[in-house]
Ligand binder design. Structure first.
Ligand SMILES: NC(=O)c1ccc[n+]([C@@H]2O[C@H](COP(=O)([O-])OP(=O)(O)OC[C@H]3O[C@@H](n4cnc5c(N)ncnc54)[C@H](OP(=O)(O)O)[C@@H]3O)[C@@H](O)[C@H]2O)c1
Length: 314
């Protein structure tokens, strides 16, 4: 019997939100929001929401009265945030703070999904206690919200996740969807070679988020990343080899075209996250890249993640 009974997922129509809805719906009463891409997920109550509409946000939260809110709204695309920093701030910071303030009124827990761009990318293997120094618009928005939460609420958990790979919900292609489509049709794909990340499969992140929802943990920052750090190009090659595609279709983006996110001297940046805290304290086993790809393969074989089957598109 779970102490948590109702969960509200803000950004339930997104990549991470949809997977989370599917995992939580059997154990909890799940409410999820969409903004521009309405989807139907059986067993989940979908609600329209723009997080910039304060009155509506309050109304939804007071009506659904969740025990936990998971905030997965906003895009993880650093280029998009760079192109429109104002929009990124509205969703990642301003809207998120409205949701968190309302969550506090109901004493419900608030889980905020952050990312490694809160760091400057100069050294990698970042621990939860390392100094944050963002150099991107997205990183600045995330740090703004993290600071707001740390200063104001005791009911929050900040989960900083490394880039996640997995199948999307058919509404918007994920990085992995694009990679698979290109490789399937024997088209070349160019991937960056100077930014390192500790990529994680969506199945593993969702397992972890379910643990956080379940655990009652609060007032913590947690890192979730894999054990192997690679560039998107290395990841593309490993994926192609693991799934029997011809790796010659995966090409490096030449350094002239690619610009490092880290504004420092080095052309390389390293945003990998160290997950030893959750390994020691929550007995979560971080995965090597090969193990992560096995996880992904397993989810396809067991049809654990069957988004195309279970999400009815309108
Ligand atoms: N994907 C990753 O690798 C990764 C890794 C670490 C952290 N994160 C963080 O996790 C979050 C979700 O990532 P994702 O990859 O799942 O993104 P996504 O697929 O682009 O989903 C974004 C979600 O936010 C919603 N949204 C956008 N603007 C909104 C607004 N004004 N009001 C309410 N909802 C709004 C979208 O709704 P509609 O689609 O209906 O418009 C969608 O549900 C991001 O904050 C990202 O930084 C992602």
């Amino acid at each position: 019997m779970h102490a948590t009974k109702a969960v509200l997922i803000i950004g339930g129509s997104g990549f991470i939100g949809t997977h989370l809805c599917q995992r939580l719906r059997d154990q909890y009463k799940v409410f999820a929001t969409y903004h521009t891409r309405r989807i139907e997920i059986p067993g989940v109550s979908m609600i329209p929401m723009n997080v910039t509409n304060r009155n509506w946000v309050k109304r939804v939260i007071f009506t659904t009265r969740p025990d936990v809110i998971v905030y997965t709204a906003g895009s993880g695309d650093i280029r998009r945030a760079e192109a429109d920093p104002h929009e990124a701030e509205l969703v990642n910071t301003t809207g998120a703070s409205t949701v968190s303030n309302t969550a506090d009124l109901l004493q419900c827990r608030f889980i905020y999904l952050s990312n490694p761009y809160v760091f400057d990318g100069s050294k990698g293997n970042y621990h939860e206690t390392d100094v944050v120094l963002p150099s991107t618009a997205l990183g600045k928005c995330k740090v703004g919200m993290e600071n707001f939460l740390k200063g104001k609420s005791l009911n929050q958990v900040i989960v900083r996740s490394s880039p996640v790979y997995g199948r999307g919900n058919g509404r918007k292609l994920t990085f992995l969807d694009s990679l698979r489509i290109r490789l399937d049709s024997q088209q070349r794909i160019e991937l960056p070679t100077t930014e390192f990340h500790s990529f994680v499969p969506i199945t593993a992140l969702i397992d972890f988020l379910v643990r956080v929802v379940d655990s009652g943990i609060r007032h913590k920052v947690l890192h979730f990343g894999g054990l192997t750090k690679v560039t998107p190009y290395d990841f593309g090659l490993a994926f192609a080899k693991r799934f029997g595609y011809d790796p010659q279709y995966v090409l490096p983006i030449t350094p002239k075209v690619e610009r490092s996110s880290y504004g420092g001297e080095s052309q390389f940046s390293d945003f990998s996250l160290n997950s030893s805290f959750i390994a020691q304290n929550m007995k979560v086993q971080p995965l090597l890249l090969e193990e992560g790809l096995d996880h992904f393969a397993q989810s396809l074989n067991t049809k654990k993640i069957t988004l195309a089957d279970s999400v009815n598109r309108r």
